[in-house]
Design a protein around this ligand. Sequence first.
Ligand code: LLP
Length: 417
Amino acid sequence: MNPFEYRNGELHVEDVRLSQIADQVGTPTYVYSRQALLDVYQRYVDALGDHPGTVCYAVKANSNLAVLNLLAEAGAGFDIVSGGELERVLKAGGKPEKIIFSGVGKTRDEIRRALEVGIACFNVESISEIDHLAEVAAECSKIAPISLRVNPDVDAKTHPYISTGLKQNKFGIGIQVAEEAYLYANSLPSLSVKGIDCHIGSQLTDVSPLLEACDRLLELHDRLVQQGIAISHLDLGGGIGVVYRDETLPSIADYFAQVKEKFGDRQLAIFCEPGRSIAANAGVLLTHVEYLKMTRHKNFAVVDAAMNDLLRPALYQAWQNIQPVLQAADDAEVKSWDIVGPVCESADFLGHDRELALQEGDLLAVMSAGAYGFVMSSNYNTRGRAAEVMVSGSRFQVVRQRESFADMIRGESVFAG
Ligand code: LLP
Protein backbone atom coordinates (compact mmCIF):
# COMPACT_ATOMS: atom_id res chain seq x y z
CA MET A 1 0.00 0.00 0.00
CA ASN A 2 1.23 3.50 -0.81
CA PRO A 3 -0.59 5.68 1.70
CA PHE A 4 0.57 8.88 -0.02
CA GLU A 5 -1.20 9.63 -3.28
CA TYR A 6 -2.51 12.57 -5.24
CA ARG A 7 -6.28 12.96 -5.43
CA ASN A 8 -7.57 15.89 -7.47
CA GLY A 9 -4.07 17.31 -7.61
CA GLU A 10 -3.57 17.21 -3.84
CA LEU A 11 -1.28 14.88 -1.94
CA HIS A 12 -3.18 12.85 0.64
CA VAL A 13 -2.12 10.51 3.39
CA GLU A 14 -4.74 7.82 3.60
CA ASP A 15 -7.94 9.94 3.36
CA VAL A 16 -6.54 13.15 4.80
CA ARG A 17 -5.23 16.11 2.78
CA LEU A 18 -1.68 16.92 3.89
CA SER A 19 -2.49 20.62 3.47
CA GLN A 20 -5.19 20.27 6.13
CA ILE A 21 -2.63 18.92 8.58
CA ALA A 22 -0.23 21.75 7.75
CA ASP A 23 -3.02 24.32 8.23
CA GLN A 24 -4.00 22.96 11.62
CA VAL A 25 -0.65 21.86 13.05
CA GLY A 26 1.83 24.09 11.23
CA THR A 27 5.18 23.06 9.77
CA PRO A 28 7.64 21.40 9.93
CA THR A 29 5.59 18.35 10.85
CA TYR A 30 6.15 14.63 10.49
CA VAL A 31 3.07 12.71 9.37
CA TYR A 32 2.72 8.93 9.68
CA SER A 33 0.21 6.55 8.17
CA ARG A 34 -1.04 4.03 10.69
CA GLN A 35 -2.07 1.57 8.01
CA ALA A 36 1.29 1.70 6.23
CA LEU A 37 3.13 0.93 9.48
CA LEU A 38 0.90 -2.04 10.13
CA ASP A 39 1.09 -3.31 6.55
CA VAL A 40 4.85 -3.73 6.50
CA TYR A 41 4.95 -5.16 10.02
CA GLN A 42 2.38 -7.71 8.87
CA ARG A 43 4.56 -8.62 5.87
CA TYR A 44 7.29 -9.72 8.28
CA VAL A 45 4.79 -11.66 10.38
CA ASP A 46 3.44 -13.37 7.26
CA ALA A 47 6.96 -14.15 6.05
CA LEU A 48 7.66 -15.82 9.38
CA GLY A 49 4.43 -17.78 8.98
CA ASP A 50 4.12 -20.63 11.45
CA HIS A 51 7.88 -20.79 12.00
CA PRO A 52 8.60 -19.94 15.64
CA GLY A 53 10.05 -16.48 16.16
CA THR A 54 9.42 -12.83 16.88
CA VAL A 55 9.45 -9.69 14.76
CA CYS A 56 11.17 -7.18 17.04
CA TYR A 57 10.65 -3.67 15.67
CA ALA A 58 13.87 -1.64 15.92
CA VAL A 59 12.69 1.22 18.10
CA LYS A 60 15.53 3.51 17.01
CA ALA A 61 13.88 3.97 13.58
CA ASN A 62 10.87 5.80 15.01
CA SER A 63 10.20 5.73 18.73
CA ASN A 64 7.06 7.84 18.98
CA LEU A 65 4.77 6.31 21.61
CA ALA A 66 1.90 6.13 19.12
CA VAL A 67 4.03 4.09 16.71
CA LEU A 68 5.23 1.78 19.48
CA ASN A 69 1.74 1.36 20.89
CA LEU A 70 0.34 0.52 17.45
CA LEU A 71 2.96 -2.17 16.93
CA ALA A 72 2.68 -3.48 20.49
CA GLU A 73 -1.06 -3.94 20.01
CA ALA A 74 -0.36 -5.76 16.75
CA GLY A 75 1.76 -8.19 18.78
CA ALA A 76 5.26 -6.96 17.88
CA GLY A 77 8.38 -7.49 19.90
CA PHE A 78 10.93 -4.69 20.16
CA ASP A 79 14.65 -4.26 19.65
CA ILE A 80 15.97 -1.55 21.95
CA VAL A 81 19.40 0.05 22.35
CA SER A 82 19.03 2.16 25.49
CA GLY A 83 17.27 2.47 28.81
CA GLY A 84 15.25 5.31 27.29
CA GLU A 85 13.97 3.05 24.51
CA LEU A 86 13.13 0.40 27.12
CA GLU A 87 10.98 2.86 29.07
CA ARG A 88 9.28 4.02 25.86
CA VAL A 89 8.35 0.47 24.92
CA LEU A 90 6.99 -0.30 28.39
CA LYS A 91 5.05 2.97 28.44
CA ALA A 92 3.57 2.14 25.03
CA GLY A 93 2.35 -1.25 26.27
CA GLY A 94 5.11 -3.46 24.84
CA LYS A 95 5.62 -6.77 26.63
CA PRO A 96 9.01 -7.12 28.39
CA GLU A 97 9.24 -10.77 27.38
CA LYS A 98 9.28 -9.67 23.74
CA ILE A 99 12.08 -7.13 24.13
CA ILE A 100 15.65 -7.71 23.01
CA PHE A 101 18.42 -5.33 24.00
CA SER A 102 21.13 -4.55 21.42
CA GLY A 103 23.98 -2.04 21.42
CA VAL A 104 27.68 -1.87 22.24
CA GLY A 105 27.51 0.28 25.35
CA LYS A 106 24.83 -0.90 27.76
CA THR A 107 25.41 0.64 31.17
CA ARG A 108 25.07 -1.28 34.42
CA ASP A 109 21.95 0.72 35.28
CA GLU A 110 20.38 -0.11 31.92
CA ILE A 111 21.23 -3.79 32.37
CA ARG A 112 19.78 -3.80 35.89
CA ARG A 113 16.51 -2.28 34.75
CA ALA A 114 16.20 -4.68 31.81
CA LEU A 115 16.78 -7.64 34.15
CA GLU A 116 14.25 -6.27 36.61
CA VAL A 117 11.49 -6.08 33.99
CA GLY A 118 12.46 -9.44 32.50
CA ILE A 119 13.38 -8.88 28.86
CA ALA A 120 13.70 -11.77 26.39
CA CYS A 121 17.36 -11.44 25.50
CA PHE A 122 20.48 -9.29 25.68
CA ASN A 123 22.45 -9.14 22.44
CA VAL A 124 25.94 -8.98 23.92
CA GLU A 125 28.64 -7.27 21.88
CA SER A 126 31.94 -7.88 23.72
CA ILE A 127 33.73 -10.04 26.27
CA SER A 128 33.70 -7.11 28.71
CA GLU A 129 29.95 -6.89 28.32
CA ILE A 130 29.65 -10.63 29.10
CA ASP A 131 31.48 -9.86 32.36
CA HIS A 132 29.38 -6.78 33.23
CA LEU A 133 26.17 -8.60 32.49
CA ALA A 134 27.18 -11.66 34.51
CA GLU A 135 28.14 -9.48 37.48
CA VAL A 136 24.98 -7.37 37.44
CA ALA A 137 22.77 -10.45 36.98
CA ALA A 138 24.48 -12.18 39.92
CA GLU A 139 24.02 -9.06 42.08
CA CYS A 140 20.30 -9.06 41.22
CA SER A 141 20.02 -12.85 41.70
CA LYS A 142 18.83 -13.18 38.12
CA ILE A 143 19.89 -15.24 35.15
CA ALA A 144 20.38 -13.10 32.08
CA PRO A 145 19.26 -14.60 28.75
CA ILE A 146 21.85 -13.80 26.10
CA SER A 147 22.81 -13.99 22.46
CA LEU A 148 26.22 -12.93 21.31
CA ARG A 149 26.18 -10.45 18.48
CA VAL A 150 28.61 -11.96 16.09
CA ASN A 151 30.41 -9.90 13.50
CA PRO A 152 30.45 -12.21 10.48
CA ASP A 153 32.80 -10.00 8.40
CA VAL A 154 30.41 -9.68 5.49
CA ASP A 155 30.24 -6.58 3.32
CA ALA A 156 26.66 -5.30 3.38
CA LYS A 157 27.44 -3.02 0.38
CA THR A 158 25.56 -0.12 1.88
CA HIS A 159 26.64 3.39 2.97
CA PRO A 160 29.80 3.10 5.15
CA TYR A 161 28.11 4.84 8.09
CA ILE A 162 25.35 2.24 8.22
CA SER A 163 27.49 -0.78 7.45
CA THR A 164 28.22 -2.71 10.62
CA GLY A 165 29.28 -6.26 9.80
CA LEU A 166 32.90 -5.75 8.73
CA LYS A 167 35.83 -6.57 10.97
CA GLN A 168 36.84 -2.88 11.12
CA ASN A 169 33.43 -1.95 12.62
CA LYS A 170 32.97 -1.51 16.37
CA PHE A 171 30.05 -3.93 16.46
CA GLY A 172 29.84 -7.50 17.64
CA ILE A 173 32.32 -10.22 18.48
CA GLY A 174 34.51 -11.43 15.60
CA ILE A 175 33.26 -14.69 14.16
CA GLN A 176 36.72 -16.27 14.58
CA VAL A 177 36.64 -15.82 18.35
CA ALA A 178 32.90 -16.25 18.84
CA GLU A 179 33.09 -19.94 19.75
CA GLU A 180 35.52 -19.20 22.56
CA ALA A 181 33.31 -16.34 23.75
CA TYR A 182 30.28 -18.65 23.81
CA LEU A 183 32.18 -21.25 25.83
CA TYR A 184 33.15 -18.55 28.30
CA ALA A 185 29.61 -17.12 28.56
CA ASN A 186 28.20 -20.61 28.94
CA SER A 187 30.49 -21.23 31.91
CA LEU A 188 29.03 -18.30 33.88
CA PRO A 189 26.14 -19.33 36.13
CA SER A 190 24.28 -16.00 35.92
CA LEU A 191 24.05 -16.14 32.12
CA SER A 192 21.90 -18.39 29.98
CA VAL A 193 22.88 -18.71 26.33
CA LYS A 194 19.83 -18.52 24.08
CA GLY A 195 20.77 -17.41 20.61
CA ILE A 196 23.17 -16.13 18.00
CA ASP A 197 22.71 -12.61 16.72
CA CYS A 198 24.11 -10.48 13.93
CA HIS A 199 23.30 -7.21 12.20
CA ILE A 200 25.45 -6.37 9.21
CA GLY A 201 23.99 -3.05 8.17
CA SER A 202 20.98 -1.08 7.14
CA GLN A 203 19.31 -0.17 3.81
CA LEU A 204 20.38 -3.44 2.19
CA THR A 205 18.90 -3.79 -1.27
CA ASP A 206 20.35 -7.22 -1.93
CA VAL A 207 19.78 -10.24 0.31
CA SER A 208 22.97 -12.07 -0.63
CA PRO A 209 25.10 -10.48 2.15
CA LEU A 210 22.32 -11.30 4.62
CA LEU A 211 22.22 -14.90 3.46
CA GLU A 212 26.00 -15.14 3.57
CA ALA A 213 25.91 -13.89 7.18
CA CYS A 214 23.19 -16.46 7.92
CA ASP A 215 25.44 -19.23 6.53
CA ARG A 216 28.29 -18.15 8.80
CA LEU A 217 26.00 -18.04 11.81
CA LEU A 218 24.70 -21.52 11.05
CA GLU A 219 28.26 -22.86 10.80
CA LEU A 220 28.92 -21.35 14.21
CA HIS A 221 25.64 -22.78 15.49
CA ASP A 222 26.70 -26.28 14.45
CA ARG A 223 30.08 -25.93 16.15
CA LEU A 224 28.39 -24.72 19.34
CA VAL A 225 25.97 -27.63 19.32
CA GLN A 226 28.97 -29.98 19.08
CA GLN A 227 30.37 -28.22 22.15
CA GLY A 228 27.14 -28.97 23.98
CA ILE A 229 25.78 -25.41 23.86
CA ALA A 230 22.08 -25.33 23.10
CA ILE A 231 20.93 -22.48 20.86
CA SER A 232 17.22 -21.79 20.51
CA HIS A 233 17.12 -18.80 18.16
CA LEU A 234 18.96 -17.02 15.42
CA ASP A 235 18.59 -13.23 15.25
CA LEU A 236 19.01 -11.90 11.72
CA GLY A 237 19.29 -8.23 12.74
CA GLY A 238 17.65 -5.39 10.83
CA GLY A 239 15.23 -5.68 7.97
CA ILE A 240 15.65 -5.12 4.27
CA GLY A 241 16.02 -1.69 2.68
CA VAL A 242 13.33 0.57 1.27
CA VAL A 243 12.68 2.43 -1.97
CA TYR A 244 13.87 6.00 -1.58
CA ARG A 245 14.31 6.56 -5.31
CA ASP A 246 14.44 3.68 -7.78
CA GLU A 247 15.92 0.84 -5.75
CA THR A 248 14.73 -2.66 -6.55
CA LEU A 249 14.17 -4.68 -3.44
CA PRO A 250 13.96 -8.33 -2.59
CA SER A 251 10.67 -9.41 -1.06
CA ILE A 252 10.56 -10.06 2.66
CA ALA A 253 8.76 -13.36 2.00
CA ASP A 254 11.52 -14.58 -0.36
CA TYR A 255 14.24 -13.55 2.06
CA PHE A 256 12.63 -15.46 4.92
CA ALA A 257 11.90 -18.46 2.72
CA GLN A 258 15.60 -18.67 1.86
CA VAL A 259 16.60 -18.36 5.51
CA LYS A 260 14.20 -21.12 6.52
CA GLU A 261 15.56 -23.33 3.77
CA LYS A 262 19.09 -22.80 5.07
CA PHE A 263 17.98 -23.86 8.55
CA GLY A 264 17.22 -27.35 7.24
CA ASP A 265 16.11 -29.45 10.18
CA ARG A 266 17.78 -27.28 12.81
CA GLN A 267 15.18 -26.33 15.40
CA LEU A 268 15.81 -22.60 15.53
CA ALA A 269 13.36 -19.77 16.09
CA ILE A 270 13.88 -16.66 13.94
CA PHE A 271 14.22 -13.23 15.52
CA CYS A 272 14.52 -10.18 13.32
CA GLU A 273 14.85 -6.48 14.08
CA PRO A 274 13.39 -4.45 11.20
CA GLY A 275 13.10 -0.69 11.64
CA ARG A 276 13.48 1.28 8.42
CA SER A 277 11.34 -0.99 6.27
CA ILE A 278 8.42 -0.69 8.69
CA ALA A 279 8.55 3.06 9.22
CA ALA A 280 10.35 4.87 6.38
CA ASN A 281 7.68 4.86 3.72
CA ALA A 282 4.92 5.31 6.27
CA GLY A 283 6.00 8.90 6.91
CA VAL A 284 6.67 12.29 5.34
CA LEU A 285 8.06 15.56 6.61
CA LEU A 286 5.88 18.54 5.72
CA THR A 287 7.60 21.87 5.18
CA HIS A 288 6.72 25.29 3.77
CA VAL A 289 8.81 27.26 1.32
CA GLU A 290 9.78 30.48 3.08
CA TYR A 291 12.00 32.15 0.48
CA LEU A 292 13.01 31.66 -3.10
CA LYS A 293 16.53 32.90 -3.61
CA MET A 294 17.95 32.99 -7.12
CA THR A 295 21.66 33.53 -7.61
CA ARG A 296 23.71 33.48 -10.79
CA HIS A 297 24.79 29.92 -9.98
CA LYS A 298 21.92 28.26 -8.17
CA ASN A 299 18.28 28.56 -7.22
CA PHE A 300 17.63 28.03 -3.55
CA ALA A 301 14.28 27.30 -1.96
CA VAL A 302 14.68 28.05 1.73
CA VAL A 303 12.16 25.94 3.63
CA ASP A 304 11.18 25.86 7.30
CA ALA A 305 12.56 22.35 7.90
CA ALA A 306 16.29 21.90 8.29
CA MET A 307 19.08 19.45 9.03
CA ASN A 308 18.08 19.56 12.69
CA ASP A 309 14.70 18.10 11.64
CA LEU A 310 15.97 15.62 9.05
CA LEU A 311 19.66 14.83 9.27
CA ARG A 312 19.88 12.04 6.70
CA PRO A 313 20.74 14.21 3.66
CA ALA A 314 23.52 16.03 5.55
CA LEU A 315 24.92 12.96 7.29
CA TYR A 316 24.71 10.29 4.59
CA GLN A 317 24.14 12.37 1.44
CA ALA A 318 20.82 10.55 1.46
CA TRP A 319 18.38 11.22 -1.38
CA GLN A 320 14.72 11.52 -0.42
CA ASN A 321 12.05 12.55 -2.85
CA ILE A 322 10.55 16.02 -2.38
CA GLN A 323 7.06 16.50 -3.74
CA PRO A 324 4.71 19.48 -3.84
CA VAL A 325 1.57 18.91 -1.79
CA LEU A 326 -0.48 20.80 -4.39
CA GLN A 327 0.44 19.78 -7.92
CA ALA A 328 1.54 22.79 -9.96
CA ALA A 329 -0.42 23.88 -13.02
CA ASP A 330 0.74 22.24 -16.25
CA ASP A 331 2.16 25.51 -17.56
CA ALA A 332 3.97 26.46 -14.32
CA GLU A 333 7.68 27.09 -14.83
CA VAL A 334 9.85 24.21 -13.65
CA LYS A 335 13.36 25.05 -12.46
CA SER A 336 16.14 23.25 -10.70
CA TRP A 337 16.19 24.03 -6.98
CA ASP A 338 18.36 23.27 -3.99
CA ILE A 339 15.94 22.74 -1.12
CA VAL A 340 17.72 24.12 1.94
CA GLY A 341 16.91 24.93 5.55
CA PRO A 342 17.61 28.00 7.67
CA VAL A 343 20.46 26.45 9.70
CA CYS A 344 23.87 28.09 9.39
CA GLU A 345 25.68 25.18 7.73
CA SER A 346 26.27 24.47 4.08
CA ALA A 347 25.38 20.85 4.87
CA ASP A 348 21.89 22.06 5.73
CA PHE A 349 20.01 20.80 2.71
CA LEU A 350 17.11 18.42 2.15
CA GLY A 351 17.70 17.96 -1.55
CA HIS A 352 19.93 19.22 -4.35
CA ASP A 353 18.94 19.99 -7.96
CA ARG A 354 15.25 19.16 -7.68
CA GLU A 355 13.12 19.94 -10.72
CA LEU A 356 10.08 21.69 -9.31
CA ALA A 357 7.73 24.58 -10.06
CA LEU A 358 7.92 26.51 -6.81
CA GLN A 359 6.49 29.63 -5.28
CA GLU A 360 6.98 31.11 -1.84
CA GLY A 361 4.42 29.67 0.57
CA ASP A 362 4.24 26.31 -1.21
CA LEU A 363 3.90 23.22 0.92
CA LEU A 364 6.34 20.37 0.25
CA ALA A 365 6.48 16.79 1.46
CA VAL A 366 9.85 15.14 1.99
CA MET A 367 9.01 11.52 1.33
CA SER A 368 10.22 8.31 3.05
CA ALA A 369 10.86 10.24 6.25
CA GLY A 370 9.14 7.94 8.74
CA ALA A 371 12.35 6.16 9.78
CA TYR A 372 15.48 7.84 11.12
CA GLY A 373 13.73 11.19 10.70
CA PHE A 374 12.30 12.69 13.87
CA VAL A 375 14.41 10.39 16.06
CA MET A 376 17.62 11.94 14.75
CA SER A 377 16.42 15.51 15.13
CA SER A 378 18.04 18.02 17.48
CA ASN A 379 17.70 21.54 18.81
CA TYR A 380 20.64 22.86 16.80
CA ASN A 381 20.28 26.61 16.25
CA THR A 382 17.72 26.50 19.10
CA ARG A 383 15.06 25.21 16.79
CA GLY A 384 12.22 23.39 18.49
CA ARG A 385 11.70 19.89 17.22
CA ALA A 386 8.85 19.26 14.78
CA ALA A 387 5.36 18.07 15.65
CA GLU A 388 4.37 14.50 14.80
CA VAL A 389 0.95 13.46 13.52
CA MET A 390 -0.57 10.05 13.00
CA VAL A 391 -3.28 9.46 10.41
CA SER A 392 -5.81 6.67 10.29
CA GLY A 393 -8.36 6.78 7.48
CA SER A 394 -9.91 10.23 7.56
CA ARG A 395 -8.79 11.01 11.12
CA PHE A 396 -5.56 12.50 12.38
CA GLN A 397 -4.05 13.28 15.73
CA VAL A 398 -1.00 15.15 16.95
CA VAL A 399 1.06 12.43 18.64
CA ARG A 400 3.84 14.78 19.64
CA GLN A 401 3.42 18.49 20.22
CA ARG A 402 5.79 20.87 18.51
CA GLU A 403 8.57 21.70 20.96
CA SER A 404 8.27 25.17 22.46
CA PHE A 405 11.03 27.51 23.59
CA ALA A 406 10.14 26.65 27.21
CA ASP A 407 10.55 22.94 26.39
CA MET A 408 13.95 23.64 24.90
CA ILE A 409 15.41 25.47 27.88
CA ARG A 410 13.84 23.24 30.51
CA GLY A 411 16.58 22.29 32.98
CA GLU A 412 18.93 25.11 31.95
CA SER A 413 19.95 27.91 34.28
CA VAL A 414 22.40 30.76 34.41
CA PHE A 415 25.42 30.27 36.67
CA ALA A 416 24.58 31.68 40.07
CA GLY A 417 28.22 32.24 41.13
N1 LLP B 1 19.26 -3.97 14.76
C1 LLP B 1 20.40 -3.32 15.07
C2 LLP B 1 21.33 -3.90 16.03
C3 LLP B 1 20.69 -2.08 14.43
O1 LLP B 1 21.81 -1.46 14.73
C4 LLP B 1 19.77 -1.56 13.49
C5 LLP B 1 20.02 -0.28 12.84
C6 LLP B 1 18.58 -2.27 13.25
C7 LLP B 1 18.37 -3.48 13.89
C8 LLP B 1 17.52 -1.77 12.32
O2 LLP B 1 17.93 -1.80 11.00
P1 LLP B 1 16.91 -1.43 9.83
O3 LLP B 1 15.86 -2.49 9.74
O4 LLP B 1 16.32 -0.11 10.17
O5 LLP B 1 17.74 -1.36 8.60
N2 LLP B 1 20.38 6.44 10.76
C9 LLP B 1 20.68 5.58 9.63
C10 LLP B 1 20.37 4.13 9.93
C11 LLP B 1 21.12 3.60 11.10
C12 LLP B 1 20.81 2.15 11.39
C13 LLP B 1 21.39 1.74 12.68
N3 LLP B 1 21.07 0.42 13.08
C14 LLP B 1 19.90 6.10 8.42
O6 LLP B 1 19.16 7.06 8.55
O7 LLP B 1 20.04 5.57 7.33
